[in-house]
Write a protein that binds this ligand. Structure first.
Ligand code: IMP
Ligand code: MG
Length: 178
């Protein structure tokens, strides 16, 4: 089953104001750890909304990060990770840069592991991990987030940029669809 444009909106798991407050606080944690000068690498497509809000929150804390994007996918239209992560954009120019990987959800951890290895191989001196959501129950690697918005149970969620088969990215909140 895949969603259509006429389906009813799914139930809220995390509301818009809770997300906004947490993003603001995370920006503070990031600036305290990394200072003002680093490179955000926003993982496409799921983290584009979170990344945009986080960027502006970082600006309010006095940071002036560079912004890059990395297109990664492992899901297709399914609700499970395929485990086969591929990048569909070139790896950004990050030689000598301190990078912050900005991801929507940490689940198995394989997507972020791939991003981290690609950035370090491209010469980044550091690759910290920032994820809006963490589902630790799904983890298949040692990897942990350095900055995590919300730890959630192993449910399938959408909204705030996160999709199910390319739908529901427009929701201002996080909702569960399982
Ligand atoms: P991982 O590689 O298993 O850690 O999965 C991370 C990626 O899978 C994220 O970038 C998301 O795009 C996607 N993903 C994981 N959980 C969900 C979910 O509940 N809803 C939508 N996408 C998800
Ligand atoms: Mg996705």
């Amino acid at each position: 089953m895949t969603p259509t444009a006429t389906d009813a909106a799914p139930k809220t798991l995390i509301g818009q104001s809770d997300i906004a407050a947490r993003v603001e606080a995370m920006a503070g944690e990031i600036v305290a750890a990394l200072g003002q000068d680093f490179t955000m690498v926003i993982v496409l497509k799921g983290a584009f909304v979170f990344g945009a809000d986080l960027l502006r929150a970082l600006g309010r804390k006095g940071a002036r990060p560079r912004v890059e994007f990395l297109g990664l996918s492992s899901y297709g239209a399914e609700k499970r990770s395929s485990g086969d992560v591929r990048h569909w954009t070139p790896v950004p120019e990050v030689k000598g840069a301190r990078t912050l990987i900005v991801e929507d959800i940490l689940d198995s951890g394989l997507t972020v592991k791939h991003a981290r290895e690609a950035l370090l191989a491209a010469g980044a001196t550091e690759a910290r991990i920032c994820a809006l959501l963490d589902k630790p129950a799904g983890r298949q690697t040692e990897l942990a987030g350095d900055f995590v918005g919300f730890t959630i149970p192993p449910r399938f969620v959408v909204g705030f940029g996160i999709d199910w088969a390319e739908r529901y990215r427009e929701l201002a909140h996080i909702a569960a669809v399982d």
